[in-house]
Design a protein around this ligand. Sequence first.
Ligand SMILES: *Cc1c(COP(=O)(O)O)cnc(C)c1O
Length: 223
Amino acid sequence: MGNIADSIKAIRSTLTEGVELVAVSKFHPAEAIMEAYGAGQRVFGESRATELRDKVRALPADIAWHFIGHLQTNKVRMIAPIVSMIHSIDSERLLTTVDTEARRIGRSIDILLQLHVAQEDTKTGFSPEELDTLAASGIFGTLGGVRVRGVMGMASNTDDKDRITADFRAIRASFDRLAAGPFAGRQTFDTVSMGMSHDYQIAIAHGATMVRIGTTIFGDREY
Ligand SMILES: *Cc1c(COP(=O)(O)O)cnc(C)c1O
């Protein structure tokens, strides 16, 4: 394992001003997170509900936890009180489930709408067209428990830079369309979460405001 604090600092020095770093700590232990915390990192990303819950209990209260993995509706209740942002709202059903639960517990939860633009079928999310249709239905005006902050997406898992660039452009274009249409005038619709260890620099060049980086900070994950 490399030095986590040094990796955090090295990545920070390459980030454009205004781009937020989510340190993806899934599958890494509390000690690794505390090393990043010691370097000033306060935003961490997790992809499993139970793992998130256990880490919240064990780690400092001023950490902002972002949920970035596929979220099953039956796990919403577990994470709703403790999560500060959910990146992976990938269906209308999940959106309304989170909204209902947030209202029930008297919270407002920041969420991102997950876009599917990559080649792989394994990735979940809305197509840009589906998101436009959902927005046109007026649903976003009815949500009292969630605050829609923007979109999240992943590029195709490939070495083909043109393909990766096209994917990030499509995600950013979808955000821009929503920002100019259904979310016009909402200052808090401001987040484009895209870019991981191997492609975050391309993502930033094409309009990411938030990057999610795991391996470059913490090393390889042991699943
Ligand atoms: C695991 C994960 C990441 C981090 O990936 P790295 O390649 O380790 O940087 C980012 N986003 C999502 C959605 C993930 O599941």
